[in-house]
Write a protein that binds this ligand. Sequence first.
Ligand SMILES: [Zn+2]
Length: 330
Amino acid sequence: MERSNRKSDPRPSKHFSLDTVGEGVRAAIAANEGAAVSNVALIDLGGQIIVFDTFMTPQAASDLRQTSLDRFGWTPGLVINSHYHNDHIWGNQVFAGDAPIISSARTAELIASAGREEFDWYSENSSSQLESLLAEYKTLSDQQERSQMTFWIAYYEGLVEALPDLRVIMPEVLFEGRLEFHGDRRNAELLVFEDAHTGSDAVLYLPDDQFIFMSDLLFVGCHPYLADGDPLQLHSALKHIAELDATRYVPGHGPVGTRDDLMLMIEYVERCLELASEMPAGEHAQKEWIAALGVPEPFQDWQYPQFFQSNMQFLCQSANGQKEDNTSDR
Ligand SMILES: [Zn+2]
């Protein structure tokens, strides 16, 4: 760990802004046009700083490390990886050596398997993806489409810059179910939910402060990504989390939310499942039906509406698969 005198800067990085969730607790909210992509958090346990997730790139994570030094006087002494997705853990290398990296055993397995495939895909395709996005951007006139495209251009620019030196650092401290941290200043509980957003997703609960760091079990003001998990399990995880005593909920994407945002996310999953139960039979009819589906109220203003279509496609495919399974069981 490194120590320095404290400094405060309202906008410490082009990759993120800082939200003071509470005394000694900061959420770093990803900027739309940066290489952070997901939200992360710095939590002062009292003499030890936890960093919950590490962004998508080392360049954003380096700014976070510096922010920890400036705000708290210390660099993080513990690193948590909530789940295996690249946008939450590819900043690991900035902290490795200084601090142990902690994840659930299942998340570590997924980093080594599906995460490896993700790394290979991005290594091969990021430059060409960036080129085609830049070409497409020139053809867009709609302001909302341009703004969304700007996000994806920054995403791939960040990867093209990072990938030549990027190393996927594996977590070395593995746990199952639940892990507690006790500090002079506060306590924290790491809780794992299986097959919700991915095969394994950890949330960090600060019971004394009533804050929860949800990672991708919560999206605020933008459509979630449902296609790598099980929406029914996600629904039950969210219901479980709603039982915990909390007032502020830090999502994986979007601004810091309240209990209303958690309830909206539950409603979103319920609405998607309900819609999927009304889908017509036959692949072709389903495709046309999904293409014609509008985003339902009250989610029409949410960002990244294209995720709604892909979520519905995923739910229809899952339902088709279940029907086939049932038929073959007979
Ligand atoms: Zn994710």
